[in-house]
Design a binder for this molecule. Structure first.
Ligand code: CU
Length: 281
């Protein structure tokens, strides 16, 4: 059955639009639009960006293809008595399923690196004898989110939390360049989300739990930290800075901070005395 002239030009127009739509979206997402990501300074950041682009390109293709097909079929109209065959039905169920399973397998490695306990960088162990081996240079920081501020607690030069050389800071997280940083996250009140865009770390803080995450910065500078979970009227102002500096400068800062503020006792501190030493996770 041949379509009337007007119907045929409608189909040609729809098919043309479909090709343009799919091509534009996929090319734009996969290769262009560099500005959609903030600067990447974390060791895992580039890999995660790549993963994000691939997944976005695949889903953008799926979106454009299904919407385009819908548009095409709407314009073409229904032929009397026509029904999709068994093969078509199987294909539209199996193909998306296979694509989704493929994406799940493809992203697994990148996801594990950032959240699996087994992948966590080695921590300093005060009971261990480091005379024969270099102690791990990993910095550990306790991070407290509360309405509406971020606070940071460093173990000081002895690298043990709860001793009197500990140091705390409001709204500025200092870390040494090229060192793993392990953060222990707790919230005092509601759910917050610790978001450091430049290292591609975003982690919810859940009341009653300590969540552990890690990152490493490859460039010095000052970067944003924000809360990414609407946590009340002051949510917008729940921000902090990430200051990445050379290891020497970081040690100087730690010493200076300790000198200026004297001993810190978490049990006496109105802010930190609520920190749960025994995490429930
Ligand atoms: Cu918040």
């Amino acid at each position: 059955m041949s379509l009337p002239r007007r119907g045929r030009s409608g189909v040609v127009l729809a098919a043309g639009l479909l090709v343009l739509l799919i091509g534009g979206v996929v090319l734009g997402v996969a290769f262009g639009a560099p500005g959609i990501f903030p600067e990447a300074i974390g060791v895992r950041a580039k890999g995660l960006d790549r993963l994000f682009r691939v997944i976005l390109a695949v889903t953008a293709f799926g979106f454009a293809a299904t919407q385009g097909l819908l548009l095409y079929l709407l314009l073409r109209g229904r032929r009397e008595g026509s029904k999709p065959g068994r093969g078509v039905e199987l294909a539209w169920m199996l193909l998306p399923g296979l694509i989704l399973v493929g994406m799940a397998v493809f992203q697994e490695g990148g996801w594990e690196e950032g959240v699996q306990e087994a992948r966590m960088p080695e921590r300093f162990d005060p009971r261990k004898d480091y005379r024969d081996a270099e102690p791990p240079a990993t910095l550990e920081v306790r991070v407290l989110g509360k309405q509406y501020e971020w606070r940071f607690w460093y173990p000081g030069a002895d690298r043990i939390f709860g001793t009197d050389d500990d140091v705390t800071k409001l709204a500025v997280l200092h870390v040494p360049e090229d060192h793993w940083v392990i953060v222990y996250l707790q919230t005092r009140d509601v759910v917050h989300s610790f978001w450091v865009p430049s290292v591609r770390l975003k982690q919810d803080l859940i009341p009653g739990r300590t969540v552990t995450r890690w990152f490493k910065c490859t460039e010095t500078g000052r970067f944003d930290i924000a809360c990414a979970e609407i946590c009340g009227v002051g949510h917008t102002f729940m921000r902090a800075d990430l200051v990445v500096e050379s290891p020497d400068r970081f040690q100087d800062w730690l010493r200076m901070r300790r000198m200026l503020h004297g001993p810190f006792d978490a049990r006496e501190d109105p802010i930190w005395k609520g920190w749960r030493e025994k995490p429930s996770e």
